[in-house]
Structure formats: structure tokens, C-alpha cells
Design a binder for this molecule. Structure first.
Ligand code: FE2
Length: 288
């Protein structure tokens, strides 16, 4: 699709932009089928997720599972999906919350989806000088159990100086209020950032910069059709509700930062030196 000429103005004005039909339906289906194939090959006992998410083990191991996932491909389970004996309380395909956080660099199908000429052109139009793909997530938002994601902005988690992160949120299926679509506060990216999430010791802390809550009554639903791309400014407050429907609401997100910005070494997401961040147009190094 053509990138709207006013895309940068729209994101600067509203904090987000909705681009319908950005991705052809068959590409959405391909990514979804590929992820479901990956899931079919998972033995969570062997892969460790059951141990990590069993309710008796909790905090430290879950922290570790998360903090070491920035340069790998790892499954995350829904809260309550594993009982105290480390057994799944529901079939695995219905227990998975998300897959993250480096599929765009380590999996050829995700790489292809994440690095297209259209996305490269979009990053240019948005004003990126040296865009780097930092994080990818495949979010399942399962029917009935897919939980709420609290109101936050992405800069809190993917901090750069100056702020530069933008989110590219792809609807792989129709997203509605019923099945837990994205909500956002129009213009809310101008609200000063309230928290900063950082590593401390073997865990993390959330530093409070402003204790007042976001005006969540100003959230508006972004109901979008499959194939839509939603561009989210890094300081835009957004939220998604639980999926109360019978339908899934799969989405894929990419977070992009400016390569020229400073990336603090106490951000939760750190990459090993042999897997440097890449842009939209660069090939993987021979070692990957
Ligand atoms: Fe987010």
C-alpha cells in the first residue's frame, strides 16, 4: 500500500495512526499458521515454561525467563495456566499468552514479515534516520482467558535518550471491543511519561516519575480489521481489555528505536553482542 503523505503529522498530532489493509490477508495467515506450527512442536516441560509458570516457583524464575528473552524466542503462559504441580490447566494452545522477543532476527518467517519495503518506507516517512528493530511479540489474547494489558506507554519499557521507540501493531485477525482490541488516549503521547522500568540486580524495578494515573476515561477503542497496522508513538498511553469473546485476537507487534539514540544498559531488553540490532533493509550476519 502507499504510505499516507501525512503519516508523520498524524502520529505527532494524535499519537497513533491506523493504516487499514497494510498487510495482505494471506501474509497474516502465513504468520499465524507458522506460529501455530511452532506451538505444535513445543514440549513445555522440556522447554521449561511449565516450571517457570508453576504457581509455587513464581517471581525469581519468571523474572529470569523474561529478562533473558530479549535475544531469543520464548513462550510466555497466561497467569493461572499452570497449577502448583506444574501441570497445564488447559491445552497449551489455549494457555499461551505470547511469544517473544527476537523472532524478527531469529526466525525466517518473522524476519520476512518484519522487513518489507513498505515498512522500510514507513519508518522513513515517520522520520527515523537509522531505524532498528528492537523487539517482536506475537500476542495470542486467547478467547475467554486472554487477560488485560494495563494502560502504559512503550517508552517506559524500551527507554532511549532521546525517546524514540515506536510500536507497529499488526492485526492478524479482526480486533473488536469484544475480543480485546487496542485502546488509546488520543493526544496522550504529550502526557509526561509516568514510569520507567529498569533492571536492578537480578530483578527489575518500576521507577515512578509521576504518581498520578493516566486519564483512562479518555481511552478510545481502536477496532480494526485483519491486515491493519496501527502505529503507536512511544509515549502514547494504550491499553487492551480481556478477551471476553469466543474468538481469538492474534496480533503481532514490532518495536523500533532510533539507532542514533542512547540505549541504556539497565533497560530490561539486552542483546548479546553477536546479535546486533538491524534495520529494515539489512541482511542477517552470516553467523545467525
Ligand atoms: Fe505496549
Amino acid at each position: 500500500m502507499d504510505i499516507p503523505a501525512d503519516i508523520r503529522d498524524r502520529v505527532e498530532r494524535d499519537g497513533f495512526a491506523v493504516l487499514a489493509d497494510f498487510v495482505p490477508a494471506e501474509r497474516c495467515d502465513e504468520l499465524r499458521a507458522h506460529t501455530e506450527n511452532l506451538l505444535a512442536g513445543v514440549d513445555p516441560d522440556v522447554d521449561g515454561a511449565l516450571t517457570v509458570f508453576s504457581t509455587t516457583e513464581q517471581t525469581h524464575t519468571q523474572d529470569e525467563w523474561f529478562l533473558t528473552s530479549g535475544d531469543t524466542i520464548r513462550w510466555f503462559l497466561e497467569d493461572g495456566a499452570v497449577d502448583e504441580q506444574g501441570r497445564l490447566t488447559r491445552p497449551l494452545p489455549l494457555a499461551v499468552n505470547k511469544l517473544g522477543h527476537a523472532m524478527h532476527d531469529l526466525d525466517p518467517v518473522f524476519d520476512r514479515f518484519s522487513r518489507t519495503p513498505e515498512l522500510a518506507a514507513l519508518a522513513d516517512e515517520l522520520g527515523f534516520v537509522d531505524p532498528r528493530l528492537l523487539q517482536s511479540m506475537y500476542i495470542f489474547k486467547q478467547p475467554g482467558i486472554g487477560g488485560e494489558v494495563v494502560c502504559h506507554c512503550d517508552h517506559t519499557f524500551l527507554w532511549t535518550e532521546p525517546p524514540s521507540v515506536m510500536g507497529f501493531w499488526f492485526a492478524l485477525e479482526d480486533a473488536t471491543v469484544d475480543n480485546g482490541c487496542l485502546w488509546a488516549i488520543p493526544g496522550g503521547h504529550r502526557i509526561p511519561v509516568k514510569t520507567r522500568f529498569r533492571r536492578r540486580g537480578r530483578g527489575t524495578v518500576t521507577e515512578v516519575l509521576d504518581p498520578t494515573p493516566y486519564p483512562t476515561e479518555e481511552l478510545v477503542p481502536l477496532e480494526v480489521a485483519k491486515g491493519t497496522l496501527v502505529v503507536l508513538h512511544g509515549t502514547l498511553p494504550h491499553w487492551s481489555g480481556p478477551n471476553r469473546s469466543e474468538r481469538s485476537r492474534h496480533a503481532y507487534t514490532l518495536h523500533v528505536i532510533e539507532g542514533t539514540a542512547h540505549y541504556p544498559d539497565d533497560n530490561w531488553l539486552q542483546r548479546r553482542p553477536d546479535l546486533p540490532l538491524r534495520g529494515f533493509r539489512t541482511s542477517p550476519p552470516a553467523t545467525v
